[in-house]
Design a protein around this ligand. Structure first.
Ligand code: 6PG
Length: 272
């Protein structure tokens, strides 16, 4: 089944940039992130970044804390959010917040971000008070709606959403066949995925945040992602809500930049 166009408009194709290796990919991504944050502060006086989990962002964060980007990023006006998280407390190594705490907020080398500009999902409280993933998701949706500009559909508008993709074609914690697709809820608790590690429940924004954000950046590195990436970017658009769909195709749109290394891009074939 091909992806229906909700409003009859074609989503278009993203800008795809291929770098030689993971290092040059991280360099290119970090420069673009810094540019987007500076532009957001010039436009509206602050920059709201929704970042991602997995292994992809750490090399990016390392570049942001180092010269010359360290001096360029508007740290005082930066707000950091997460597109999704695993249902573990903030200090847990599997938390998507962990690498921000380790790299960006490290006490010695960290950067001057205000505590109240860091917006983790309230997973620690949800676990401690046995409130559950759905409570956590609703609380985060309320916080985002109160703190961010909203699009006409009431969806918070980030300045930049950073994404990785999974080997099954997921993005955020939106797995193939996910209840998040088409849900009215802005954020949802997600049961632990059976196929994808870590097998932990998640909390995630609805991918509708991609409709409201000013910019989307997807980073993909490594040969292990080459097959799924070829299907996501080169194959037919599948119904993202079906069990054999590829939710990452929701970021296959003209407002997105996909930054790949050569290994991940190796099965894409020639591109126009
Ligand atoms: C998560 C993520 C997820 C991640 C991709 C890519 O919580 O797991 O937010 O969407 O970005 O799975 O992960 P890697 O960067 O480790 O390949």
């Amino acid at each position: 089944m091909t992806l229906p166009d909700d409003d009859g408009q074609a989503p278009g194709e993203p800008t795809v940039t291929i770098f030689a290796d993971p290092d040059t990919l991280a360099d290119g991504a970090a420069g673009r992130v810094a540019d987007a944050l500076v532009a957001a502060v010039e436009r509206r006086g602050r920059a709201d970044l929704a970042t991602t989990g997995g292994s992809t962002p750490a090399p990016l964060y390392l570049r942001l804390v180092s010269s010359p980007l360290r001096e360029r990023v508007p740290w005082a006006q930066l707000h950091i959010w997460w597109g999704d998280d695993r249902y573990v407390p903030r200090g847990h190594p599997l938390s998507n917040v962990f690498s921000v705490d380790e790299i960006l907020l490290d006490e010695i080398h960290g950067v001057p971000i205000r505590d109240d500009h860091v917006h983790p999902w309230p997973v620690g409280r949800a676990i401690a008070e046995d409130l559950g993933p759905d409570w956590c998701a609703d609380a985060y949706a309320t916080e985002a709606r109160a703190d961010l500009p909203l699009d006409p559909a009431g969806v918070p508008a980030f300045d930049l959403v950073l994404l990785g993709i999974g080997p099954d074609g997921h993005l955020l914690s939106v797995f193939p066949g996910s209840a998040a697709i088409g849900s009215e809820r802005l954020a949802l608790g997600i049961p632990a995925p059976g196929l994808i590690e870590p097998h932990l429940p998640r909390v995630t924004f609805n991918p509708s945040i991609l409709d409201a954000t000013a910019a989307i950046m997807v980073m993909v590195a490594g040969a292990a992602k080459a097959d799924v990436l070829a299907r996501i970017l080169g194959g037919p658009r599948l119904d993202p809500g079906s069990s054999d769909g590829l939710p990452a195709q929701l970021a296959r749109r003209s407002s997105a930049s996909w930054l790949l290394d050569a290994a991940a891009a190796s099965r894409l074939g020639p591109r126009a």
